[in-house]
Design a protein. Structure first.
Length: 200
């Protein structure tokens, strides 16, 4: 697969025609271990899941009692599959599914936690401007003290001076080696928050 296509809706439309489940970079269980200190104390607090695709992360969040999860993807097939998988697992649909572009997502709601698993990498295939647009959308919907947890294959993903967020690496995930002598390669988990001094 050519990464140059990851920012194109037609790529995902074709892919999701047959793909029913796939986890980018890390499993939901692995990511949830990192998310633990960032999960809201209030189970009713809203969580925003960007570019959920065919991941099962949102269902793992619901299994932990978080039902106020807004799952956003710009491919309608992902939304259809997400709803179907939730109903299959729980017997009903309580989470929200929205067809929207994460670089142009607008909402009046404010979120304690925003999470994406590889979506930022797909967006970055469209260039720095697309990445900044996504960052600006996230910044606008973060609640007070809210955090965006993003998993990326790149150790320099957020080295963009126009991004309106402060960033730090909170975990490095080692990738599986095919041979013992292969070099150490990691995926990176970032925590991003509104820059100090920027008010809501």
């Amino acid at each position: 697969m050519s990464a140059v296509n990851f920012d194109k809706q037609e790529y995902w439309h074709a892919r999701f025609e047959s793909e029913s489940e796939f986890e980018w970079l890390v499993s939901p269980a692995t990511l949830l271990a990192v998310l633990e200190p960032y999960l809201p104390d209030d189970k009713a607090a809203p969580i925003l899941h960007l570019g959920f695709g065919t991941s099962g992360l949102q269902n793992e969040l619901r299994a932990r009692g978080f039902e106020n999860v807004v799952n956003v993807d710009y491919e309608p097939r992902a939304v259809q599959r997400g709803r179907a998988r939730e109903e299959e697992r729980f017997g009903d649909v309580r989470m929200e599914y929205v067809v929207a572009d994460v670089t142009d997502f607008r909402t009046e709601r404010r979120f304690t936690l925003v999470v994406d698993k590889g979506t930022v990498d797909a967006v970055a295939c469209g260039g720095e401007e697309a990445l900044v647009k996504m960052g600006c959308c996230v910044e606008q919907c973060l609640g007070k003290g809210g955090v965006w947890i993003s998993v990326s294959y790149s150790e320099r993903r957020f080295e963009v001076h126009t991004l309106p967020l402060e960033c730090k690496v909170v975990r490095r995930f080692p990738t599986r080696k095919l041979k013992a002598m292969d070099p150490d390669i990691h995926y990176f988990c970032y925590a991003l928050q509104r820059k100090t001094g920027v008010s809501l």
